[in-house]
Design a protein around this ligand. Structure first.
Ligand SMILES: [Zn+2]
Length: 404
């Protein structure tokens, strides 16, 4: 493949600095040179892409992905489970939809099929199916016998220290990269359930130790203070929602801000409040699910996390019928609208910080980095919502290849 030069670009490099004019050269799957200002890169052998002042930026990272949650923009399913053959194909479709929405990386927050994401990732990496880079996850795991937690599937090992250790070992052998545990319940499952711990700390420790020993990461659904503390004590990579975090918990999160990632997954909450009536989630139902109170708590909490420099990432539980896959970029707008982030801070969270979460050289326009790049018509550092408009994404490049 010929090297590619993006010229006449306004570059958002993901670090947080303002747009600057420049050129970028891509060879193979890497960005090899970033030139600022009027410096012209060698044109030798290269294919030239004139950006005409459009914004060149890193591909976006979804921090709470569920490619197997079936609904996507333009294709709504009224439930969550499908027959396995259909379900896997729909999951593959959702991978393409996600990529074409500008998300070149996804950290999975749980799968509905034990091996869906492992199989899918192989196809994507082999170049046989389009899709984002993926950190694959286990099933979303909560125990069977706890009030306010959806019935667990897939853990045939049962509870207790031995069961949890065996479970983590099995996940490692299957080949998943991240284990998702429901550390707390959720008010959306049953009123008040967000205060329930779903596992004992010994059980979480057993799963976490086994996971760490085998090089797996852990992600946790954690609403209550105690569940967040347990996640922090046992080296979880990312904790979701955290809406009950208090002052002391914020101090703990801040003290570990170079280790932990947080994602509110506010997209789902927002859609339950404003767009889910047709699916039976009336105001009254949303009230019962605690959504109003949760968003209110989040609107106090997340500006505080922002101030403290805690790494908070967009990623919004897309895949429900009223919150379909492909709408992922709306989370960025919600960070601005609800949490007081500037567009640039939000973009940094969705790119550089997302790259840190993935543990890959993505999320920056930087020499040596992987060539995951978007060319966007307009200036998302002024109007972050333009990323939601498919027609504004003039080019999407993943791993040095144009996908759309
Ligand atoms: Zn989720």
């Amino acid at each position: 493949m010929k090297p590619i030069i993006f010229t006449q670009a306004m570059i958002f490099d993901g670090t947080g600095r303002d747009l600057f004019p420049g050129e970028v050269r891509v060879e193979g799957n890497r960005i090899v040179t970033v030139a600022e200002g009027t410096e012209q890169l060698s044109r030798e052998r290269a294919e030239i892409i004139n950006c005409n002042g459009a914004t060149l930026m890193p591909g976006l990272v979804e921090s709470h992905g569920h490619l197997s949650w079936p609904s996507s923009v333009g294709r709504i399913f009224n439930g969550m489970m499908l027959p396995p053959e259909e379900h896997l194909l729909v999951t593959a479709h959702n991978a393409r939809v996600t990529l074409e929405a500008g998300f070149t990386s996804v950290y999975s927050a749980g799968s509905l099929g034990a091996r869906f994401e492992i199989a899918l990732k192989k196809e994507i990496e082999g170049g046989y199916l389009p899709g984002p880079r993926l950190i694959s996850s286990s099933l979303e795991q909560g125990p069977k016998d706890v009030l306010g937690v959806p019935p667990a599937e897939g853990n045939k090992h049962g509870r207790g220290v031995d069961g949890m250790r065996a479970y983590a070992a099995e996940m490692a052998e299957l080949g998943v990269e991240s284990i998702k545990l429901l550390l707390s319940g959720d008010d959306a499952f049953a009123p008040g359930a967000s205060q329930n711990l779903t596992y004992t700390e010994e059980e979480v420790a057993a799963a976490a130790n086994e996971a760490h020993a085998r090089g797996l990461w852990l992600s946790g659904h954690a609403q209550s203070v105690e569940s967040i503390k347990i996640g922090l004590r046992h080296g979880f990579r990312i904790l979701y929602h955290c809406s009950h975090a208090d002052e002391e918990t914020l101090d703990l999160l801040e003290a570990k801000k170079n280790e932990i990632f947080i994602a509110p997954a506010v997209g789902l909450r927002y859609s339950r409040l404003h767009e889910a009536e047709a699916f039976g989630i009336t105001r009254e139902v949303a009230e019962k699910m605690g959504v109003f109170a949760e968003v209110e708590r989040m609107q106090k909490l997340y500006p505080e996390m922002r101030k403290r420099g805690i790494r908070v990432l967009p990623g919004g539980d897309y895949g429900f019928p009223y919150n379909p896959v492909g709408r992922n970029a709306r989370d960025l707008e919600l960070f601005v609208k609800l949490f007081g982030y500037t567009p640039i801070e939000t973009l940094v969270a969705a790119t550089r910080l997302g790259g840190e979460l993935m543990g890959m050289e993505v999320g920056l326009i930087k020499a040596g980095w992987l060539a995951d790049v978007l060319l966007v018509e307009g200036d998302p550092t002024q109007e972050v919502q333009i990323l939601q408009h498919r027609e504004r994404l003039l080019k999407i490049m993943k791993n040095g290849q144009f996908v759309a």
